[in-house]
Design a binder for this molecule. Sequence first.
Ligand code: SAH
Length: 407
Amino acid sequence: MTVAKVTIKKGREKPIRNRHPWVFSGAVSSAVNAVDGRLVTVVDHKDRFLARGYWNSKSQIQVRILSWEDEAIDDAWWRRMFSRAWGARVQNQARAGLPDNQACRIVNAENDYMPGLVIDRYGDCFVLQAQTLFIDRNKDKIANILHLHFDARHVFERSDIDLRRQEGLDPTVGALIGGPPPDSLILNEGALYHVDIVRGHKTGFYLDQRRNRQKLHDLVQSCASDSPPSLLNLFSYSGGFAIAAQRGSNLRAVNVDSSRAALELAEKNFALNEYDKRSSGASAEHIQADCFDYLRYCVGEGARFDYVVLDPPKFAGQKRQVARAARGYKDLNLKAFRIVKEGGYLMTFSCSGAVSRDLFHKIVFAALADSGRQAQIVEQISAAPDHPVALTFPEGEYLKGLLLRVY
Ligand code: SAH
């Protein structure tokens, strides 16, 4: 077999030695026998082994690294990597005190040293996302390993993401193993949620926000009073934060999202939890609106909420979008500060990979200054522990949030 070899320019090997998983085209001096979507060996200018990865000449990131050892990337390698990733989930989930491992991200791409591959599991139904050509070519093999060794009854593909276009791939959705996933999948996290694997966002649910929903629940519980508290859940999707916060409380929630389908799912979730049948006084409104407009309206009306959650979609995937994203975040946070009650809470997020935590803090700070309010950081928050971030891959920390007490 001919060896595919990629040689790195002199002086450009440091990030690879430091175990960053991406090699950009500018660092490559030559590629011999390299085929798009296939394995390559990466060497330095003196032909010394650096890493093993996969190649795609169409992508700006020409090599993504799978291993820094001179080892075979075969079925046994995948099995080892999945076992390691799964073992870490079991330990970390237990530490975080989450109810069970029924739903969780088991492979977080680059952060689990399996670049381009995301796997979420909902019980015995696994959802695979192939972000790159190499993973796309290997997805049937991966699905088979999950089926044979990790109790996957269904493996369903949700590779409907724009990122694939940079790899020369079209979005793809469909069953890999076990036919279509069950129609109605209900996730039990204390509160119950419908998960729509085929049509829902991401792989069916925003798993990354699980722990933060639990935090909001705990906060509402510890602040409980006779008069029903109010929550404005902006960019609510299926109502996740409101559903969690309402468990065991008399909270009045307002979910706002621009998507009718998302709000229908939120209504289904609310009904599933039967809050409406309790005498507690808990209630939920579902409003289809643009959140920028809705916030402006709330400010104009002088509305006030005990809790505001601000979880917008990704505004900046790339560096050149950061300035515009920053203006969007500032506008939202400024208005959000204005409508939090004295002593109330704002939980605010950015899931833009290109906006660093430091920059996000600065934006929220600027919004606070303009609002004339005061706020304390109660906690800095991030994605749940089943979404670990590789320390050598800062790009992996996409979700950052602040829990703020507002005066
Ligand atoms: N907080 C949610 C996830 C939010 S995802 C959870 O915990 O599950 C972002 C949501 O914002 C999506 O549901 C999308 O439909 C919605 N959205 C995007 N742009 C919007 C806008 N301008 N106004 C209102 N909703 C918007």
